[in-house]
Design a protein around this ligand. Structure first.
Ligand code: HPA
Length: 237
């Protein structure tokens, strides 16, 4: 049995799934870090691979960009495929000179300019959070890997190309570390299904200092983040 967006059979997808925006990044992770890999989804080229990481079954899948795309795929993973844990690995823009390009951000919570939670008809706003057990493992592993990392709040935005008068300062004034486009949906769906979720990001650009990374630097910092995410997936039970 499959879903509208995923042709994998139940059981083809592991209990823990790493998700990255770009499906070809998912292929890169499967090719470089997993053994005995099977491609279990290619609907819309949103590839999902399942393989072995140090004796543990792990899947890695694309999420696409933005809240609606992440919302669809993660909903189906939690609801239909009985996935317990989703770890998003991605990039973000930093709001602060102290959060430098190539640093890692572990997202404790996600603010948003998205209207996605209106579906729940709450009498207020919801604060989507990471799962503490995953956050705790990620903190310990990051420290032992001696990574330059930050744990805190991020912004999930619906907009990549803002109008010229847009300012992120109102978010950074509240301590929000940086911006990406998917975590709010991930944490909201994890809350809905009482499942586990964590987002780990590398800073690809700094909106404050305008510093950017070269593609080689992006690749090597991405690899470090992957090793962290795989270790968290491995230690998650
Ligand atoms: N905005 C939104 N998403 C991002 C950015 C950004 O500046 N950088 C990396 N992902």
């Amino acid at each position: 049995m499959a879903t509208v967006h995923n042709e994998a059979k139940k059981g083809d997808i592991a209990k823990v799934v790493l998700m990255c925006g770009d499906p070809l990044r998912a292929k890169f992770i499967a090719d470089n870090y997993l053994s005995e890999v099977t491609k279990v989804n290619q609907v819309r080229n949103m590839f999902c691979y399942t393989g072995d990481y140090r004796g543990k079954k792990i899947s890695v899948m694309g999420s696409g960009m933005g809240v609606p795309s992440m919302g669809i795929y993660v909903h189906e993973l939690y609801d239909h495929y009985d996935v317990d844990t989703v770890i998003r690995v991605g990039t973000c823009g930093s709001f602060s000179k102290d959060v430098k390009v190539r640093d890692v951000i572990i997202a404790m919570g996600a603010c948003s300019d998205s209207n996605y939670a209106s579906e729940f008809e709450l009498n207020g706003t919801f604060a989507p959070l990471a799962t503490f057990s995953l956050l705790d493992i990620a903190n310990t592993v990051s420290r032992s890997m001696k990574l330059d990392y930050h744990v805190g709040n991020i912004l999930t935005s619906d907009v990549f190309y803002h109008e010229p008068n847009y300012s992120y300062k109102k978010w950074s004034n509240l301590g929000v570390l940086g911006v990406e486009m998917e975590t709010y949906a991930l944490y909201l769906k994890a809350a809905k299904f009482n499942k586990k979720a964590l987002t780990i990001l590398t800073v690809s650009d700094n909106l404050e200092t305008k510093e950017e990374t070269t593609s080689e630097e992006r690749q090597s910092s991405f690899n470090k983040m992957m090793e962290l995410a795989l270790e968290v997936a491995y230690l998650d039970d």
